[in-house]
Ligand binder design. Structure first.
Ligand SMILES: NC(=O)c1ccc[n+]([C@@H]2O[C@H](COP(=O)([O-])OP(=O)(O)OC[C@H]3O[C@@H](n4cnc5c(N)ncnc54)[C@H](OP(=O)(O)O)[C@@H]3O)[C@@H](O)[C@H]2O)c1
Length: 249
């Protein structure tokens, strides 16, 4: 299949986890792919792993100028974008009583402000009719202990997809949301906990999913592909929830 044949796709947070799996799938579906992220080492290996002349660009969404520079670099290489996946994000939490302003600002600045400006700054580089997808989470509609700051950023980006779609109707740019449940990615290894605790946390999360397992990055990549391609051409400001039933049953 070549569902993205000739299209240019930019994926933020494309050097790890579900962003990387999505970049690989998009490249095999015919897209010219640019990924962004912070870690130079995984950016280098990601470009090779994605293949098909993909490029990997260092950009931290906390530094808005680096987003501009990354988009310019992707444009110089491939031309205007048909697909933008706004996927960069962090998962961090603390009991409410212990929450700090510093941690709150970090989560909000990356997951919410970072997503807002990752779309806004792409506007000059997007083709009319482009598809933009923002990664939210099933927790945009559920409560999760220790994670209210995280969850509220994911509810905020759910709202952005509606507002941005309304803003961009005249250009026929569709903005939609993909909301994963708990997915097996490096996001949990970044919590700074011993591996044993990370494994325990994943088991606990899996036990709360009706399907009794974490989702896979490939399951997420298939969802991103649908939203990125013309197969979702009648979907605007909407959401696909890929959560093993967690938010429903
Ligand atoms: N895994 C889950 O269970 C789950 C569930 C629901 C939603 N999500 C969401 O899915 C998205 C992808 O996460 P993942 O699970 O695939 O985890 P991951 O493997 O940790 O990937 C996170 C990605 O975001 C990038 N990133 C983080 N902070 C950044 C910043 N300040 N500037 C630029 N890039 C930044 C990382 O780049 P570096 O590695 O270079 O820092 C990495 O590429 C996130 O938005 C996350 O909130 C995940």
């Amino acid at each position: 299949m070549n569902r993205l044949s000739g299209k240019v796709a930019v994926i933020t947070g494309g050097n790890s986890g579900m962003g990387l799996a999505t970049a690989k799938l998009f490249a095999t579906e015919g897209a010219k792919v640019a990924v962004t992220g912070r870690n130079e080492s995984t950016l280098a290996t990601a470009a090779t792993a994605i293949g098909h002349d993909a490029i990997a660009i260092k950009a931290d969404v906390l530094d808005l100028k680096s987003i501009d520079a990354a988009y310019q670099q992707a444009f110089d290489k491939f031309g205007k974008f048909d697909v933008l996946i706004v996927n960069a994000g962090v998962f961090k939490g603390l009991p409410l009583a212990d929450f700090t302003e510093e941690l709150f600002d970090e989560i909000v600045d990356i997951n919410y402000k970072g997503a807002f400006f990752s779309v806004q700054k792409a506007l000059p580089f997007l083709n009319d009719g482009a598809s933009v997808v923002i990664t939210s989470s099933v927790v945009n509609v559920t409560g999760m202990a220790t994670a209210s700051a995280y969850a509220s950023t994911k509810a905020a980006v759910r709202s952005l997809a509606r507002g941005f779609s309304a803003d961009l109707l005249d250009r026929k740019i569709r903005v939609n949301i993909l909301s994963p449940g708990p997915i097996e990615t490096p996001i949990f290894d970044r919590l700074g906990m011993p591996q044993e605790n990370v494994n325990g946390m994943k088991e606990y999360m899996a036990s709360g999913v009706p399907l009794k397992r974490l989702g896979t990055v490939d399951e997420m990549a298939n969802g991103f592909l649908f939203l990125a391609s013309d197969e979702s051409s009648y979907m605007v400001g909407g959401e696909i929830v890929l959560d093993g039933g967690m938010g429903q049953l």
